[in-house]
Design a protein around this ligand. Structure first.
Ligand SMILES: [Zn+2]
Length: 276
């Protein structure tokens, strides 16, 4: 499932090619993905100029010249690829295509259809339930050890499960929560409220570091994810613990102590020796 680094990588690939361009032609091949696409979607998007492109949590937001915002989410298996021109006929999972006035094609592909495409007025964005409860962006200066410790105070669940709650910090998911806890030396089973002081400093530093390095690597391509260019990300080769059950972790002599447990229905991987 694409997390913050993957969505950020896609955005950085798209923004230079889309800003200031218009979508002159839109093809919608099905009425819905995770939810129905908005009424009159094609008519409302055709002819619009893209004046802004940004990421919030795991959403990509394209701001149009008419005050509407195109909200995109890749869900579990979504891909947003920018083709310089139409070079292949659509496959069965190529659900929506946007052609720019340059002739480039932005193609939304999603085999499992947990992705989302919506159109929201910019004025309503602040009240949108998908955005108004989100925690701070982890790479922003607003995400500090004090802010994290305050969000974790009183939370008795395991830190790993609490950390992927988007109200605590936005955009962090299963993979990068596991990796950040490893680099911070903290057990995913530790009660969230005990992460404060030095622990919170280490965890915030580890989250920022692992996300930044993953963005540089173009994200992690575990299954479906590709960059906007269609290229794979390669951060999966740097995973210390995620999906490495029974293997040695880098950074200690545990010789295969990486363990997989299930927390909140999701797999957690950690080094039982190094993480306390
Ligand atoms: Zn280890």
């Amino acid at each position: 499932m694409p997390e913050l680094p993957e969505v950020e990588t896609v955005l950085r690939g798209l923004a230079p090619r889309l800003l200031g361009r218009r979508f002159v032609h839109v093809v919608q091949r099905r009425p819905d993905l995770r939810t129905r696409l908005p009424r009159d979607f094609v008519r409302r998007v055709e002819g619009r100029r893209i004046d802004g492109a940004e990421r919030r949590a795991k959403y990509i937001l394209l701001r149009f010249d008419d005050g509407n915002v195109l909200v995109l989410h890749l869900g579990m298996s979504g891909r947003l690829v920018l083709l310089p021109r139409l070079n292949s006929p659509p496959g069965p999972h190529d659900h929506v295509e946007f052609t720019t006035d340059e002739g480039a094609i932005l193609r939304f592909t999603d085999p499992r259809r947990f992705g989302l495409i919506d159109l929201v007025s910019a004025a309503d964005l602040g009240d949108d339930k998908r955005f108004n409860g989100l925690g701070p962006e982890p790479l922003s200066s607003a995400f500090t050890p004090e802010v994290l410790a305050a969000a974790l105070a009183g939370r008795t669940g395991p830190i790993k499960t609490v950390l992927i709650d988007q109200r605590v910090v936005a955009g962090l998911g299963n993979i990068y929560a596991c990796e950040a806890l490893f680099h911070a030396g903290l057990s995913p089973r530790r009660r969230a409220r005990t992460v404060r002081g030095d622990h919170a400093h280490r965890l915030v530093a580890a989250i920022k570091d692992v996300l930044s390095k993953a963005i540089v690597a173009g994200g992690s391509s575990a299954r479906d994810y590709v960059q906007a260019s269609g290229e794979l990300g390669w951060f999966q080769h740097y995973w210390a613990v995620y999906d490495r059950e029974g293997k040695p972790c880098p950074g200690c002599d545990c010789r295969g102590a990486v363990k997989r447990i299930v927390q909140g229905g999701r797999s957690t991987f950690y080094c039982t020796k190094r993480q306390r």
